[in-house]
Design a protein around this ligand. Structure first.
Ligand SMILES: [Fe+2]
Ligand SMILES: [Fe+2]
Length: 212
């Protein structure tokens, strides 16, 4: 009989996917985009750490080029000009500028985001580096497919967020040159649990009805 263990962080991914994405209002989905911005900042920092720890790793360098200083999300109206290069967290920052978040909710998510980033930045570099494989090799693809179950994307900022999500599903999943294939040689383990749990918590903190 073949036995395999489900790592605890995979449960956290499962929990995120099982949230009530299809019940989100447009305002709540906007708050989720704001929360996701903070995730995208730590994602880029983790990838920089992975690259710095493995400076001769060609696959990681290629992955870095697909996430940073790249035009692979360009153009998008109001966010990126044709051929314009930027980091993906910069794309998300511009999405937020377009959004019409309520000031009260904005203050809440900004406070959550600052605490979230402070928490992630306390983790050691290797843990942050190996999180990249869990994000790129299927974890984020599952989360993005779950978020895409939300129904009301009828706002320029949300259309840009949807573009970000659906393009990332494409980037990550190609069997040979996808971001999953470029990162899975770094093996994630349960040291990365706090990263996934903090991601779940900031999403739920931004849009509490996800728990309904
Ligand atoms: Fe990205
Ligand atoms: Fe990616």
């Amino acid at each position: 009989m073949k036995l395999f263990t489900i790592l605890r962080y995979q449960r956290a991914i499962e929990d995120i996917c099982n949230l009530n994405w299809s019940g989100l209002t447009q305002a709540e989905l906007t708050a989720v985009a704001w929360a996701y911005y903070y995730f995208s900042v730590q994602f880029r920092e983790n990838l920089e750490l992975a690259r710095d720890l493995n400076p001769h790793d060609e696959k990681l360098l290629e992955l870095y080029d697909g996430e940073c200083d790249t035009a692979n999300l360009s153009p998008f109206p109001g966010v990126a000009l044709r051929g314009e290069k930027m980091n993906h967290d910069e794309f998300m920052r511009r999405v937020l500028v377009l959004s019409n978040i309520e000031p009260r909710v904005q203050r809440i998510v900004e406070r959550l985001g600052a605490a979230y980033l402070a928490q992630i930045r306390c983790l050691d570099a290797e843990t942050r580096a190996i999180s990249i494989a869990s994000y790129e090799d299927g974890g984020l693809e599952r989360v993005f497919r779950a978020i895409l179950q939300a129904e009301d994307w009828d706002h320029p900022a949300l259309l840009a967020f949807r573009h970000f999500l659906s393009e990332h599903i494409r980037f990550d999943s190609d069997a040979e040159i996808g971001h999953g294939a470029l990162s899975r040689h770094m093996t994630p383990d349960d040291r990365i649990c706090p990263l996934w749990e903090a991601f779940r918590d900031i999403l739920v903190g931004a849009a509490p009805s996800l728990l309904h």
